[in-house]
Design a protein around this ligand. Structure first.
Ligand SMILES: [Zn+2]
Length: 432
């Protein structure tokens, strides 16, 4: 069967930005007919063709979230690979990368293969495992990167924990470079963390909670930039939250260090004030920061210092969240809210729509060396966004097994309404 996506504005950074129709057949894009108000001229339709009217919609290459925590194996009550993939599809993502802090840890090819097998059964979005840097995430011995890559890992990271030993991080970068695997760094100095649970400053004092200074993140960002310079190995900085990190990455890029960076919607949308009255759904690591930091993150996105928007989707059950603030687990879910929250950057004039698509599709694909783009011959991984849809976020409707979001009840504008992976529609909004 053929699918014709008709009348939409196609935004494929570096390739095309304008009105076009896209014809999909046998899982691939077969033709793109450019031009305003096209009537699919030049596209010879077969009898069995489904037409999707994309008038007024934005059609993008499939969105990629390169920082997701699926909780399988080990914590399936929070999220399974199946439910995480459904949540991703509903959020407009055609591909996600899952972090290795499962139980068992994804530090060997068996676990990598298991994840891919479960993803194949789920049969919704593409899943690219990120394997561990160190065995058991313990920061002492390196994993077998060659085996992990052969099994399907696309990057390595000890995310959730920093690699404290600088010598081990140096060796990891050198070793990973040989296998062309990017290193994703969770930057945190555990000594500076010192039991902190919110951003350090007046807010923390007022709340009587121990604070986390910006330097807890930025000293490790600076170290990893130094190690990337030393080893000439690419490093990708995870979940940037502070002004100092943005400055350090900006300066490093200027002198040619192969560093890339990501941030998440909560860091450009919220501040520490949104912790409000000890809301554990606003507790994450790194923590929500000050207004100044939020501004710096937005500037970093605007000038290209921050390459990628991720969700850092971190499902937790109510057991872990409905407890005292300092005892609650870190992290929030994000797959089903990211597109709506990120579109606000376009409305606010921080990013142009093609720059947003760059950060949610083109750039992650480039960093991870994944096929991407709306070109004839490519797999039909396509997201359709309605930029004008107004709605209220309702966590009860999420496909994710978890509900830990600070955005429940928030009114937003814009939504992913159709997600296609390899020509198969894996999500379609009922309201059109
Ligand atoms: Zn992390």
């Amino acid at each position: 069967m053929q699918i014709l996506i008709k009348g939409g504005r196609v935004v494929d950074p570096g390739n095309y930005n304008g009105m076009a129709d896209i014809l999909v057949e046998d899982g691939k894009i077969v033709k793109i007919r450019e031009g305003k108000g096209t009537k699919a001229k030049g596209i010879r339709q077969k009898a069995e063709v489904r037409t999707i009217d994309a008038t007024g919609k934005i059609v993008t290459p499939g969105l990629i979230d390169m920082h997701v925590h699926l909780r399988e194996p080990g914590h399936e009550y929070k999220e399974t690979i199946e439910t995480g993939c459904l949540a991703a599809a509903a959020g407009g993502f055609t591909a996600i990368c899952c972090m290795p802090n499962t139980n068992p840890v994804n530090d060997n090819s068996q676990v990598t293969k298991f994840i891919l097998q479960r993803a194949m059964i789920a049969d919704t979005v593409r899943v690219y495992p990120v394997a561990a840097i160190s065995k058991g995430l313990e920061g002492t011995g390196l994993c077998e990167y060659g085996d992990l890559k052969d099994a399907g890992a696309v990057a390595i990271s000890d995310d959730g924990r920093p690699v404290t030993d600088s010598q081990l991080m140096r060796r990891a970068m050198e070793y990973a470079k040989g296998f062309d695997l990017p290193v994703i760094s969770h930057c945190e100095d555990l000594n500076l963390l010192a039991g902190g649970v919110v951003n350090e400053g007046a807010f923390a004092t007022r709340m009587g909670l121990p604070g986390i200074p910006n330097a807890c993140e930025s000293v490790m960002v600076m170290r990893d930039i130094a190690l990337s310079e030393l080893t000439e190995s690419p490093v990708h900085i995870a979940h940037v939250s502070t002004m100092e990190s943005v400055r350090a990455i900006r300066a490093a890029k200027k002198r040619g260090v192969p560093v890339t960076a990501e941030t998440a919607p909560h860091y450009f949308t919220l501040t520490e004030d949104d912790v409000g009255q000890y809301d554990t759904n606003a507790k994450m690591n790194p923590p929500l920061r000050s207004k100044k930091d939020r501004e710096a993150v937005r500037e970093g996105l605007a000038d290209g210092t921050i390459d990628v928007i991720v969700t850092d989707h971190a499902p937790h059950s109510s057991i872990e969240k409905e407890v005292e603030f300092d005892k609650a687990e870190n992290g929030i879910i994000g797959l089903e809210t990211s597109v709506s929250l990120s579109l606000k950057l376009v409305e606010d004039g921080v990013l142009k729509i093609n720059e947003l698509v760059e950060k949610m599709s083109t750039n992650p694909a480039q960093i991870l060396k994944l096929e991407n783009g709306l070109r004839a011959g490519n797999p039909a991984d396509i997201t359709i966004i309605d930029p004008d849809r107004l709605y209220t976020i309702n966590a009860e409707n999420f496909y994710s097994l978890s509900r830990n979001t600070p955005f429940n009840g928030k009114e937003v504008k814009g939504k992913a309404i159709l997600t296609m992976v390899g020509g198969k529609i894996v999500f379609e909004d009922k309201i059109r």
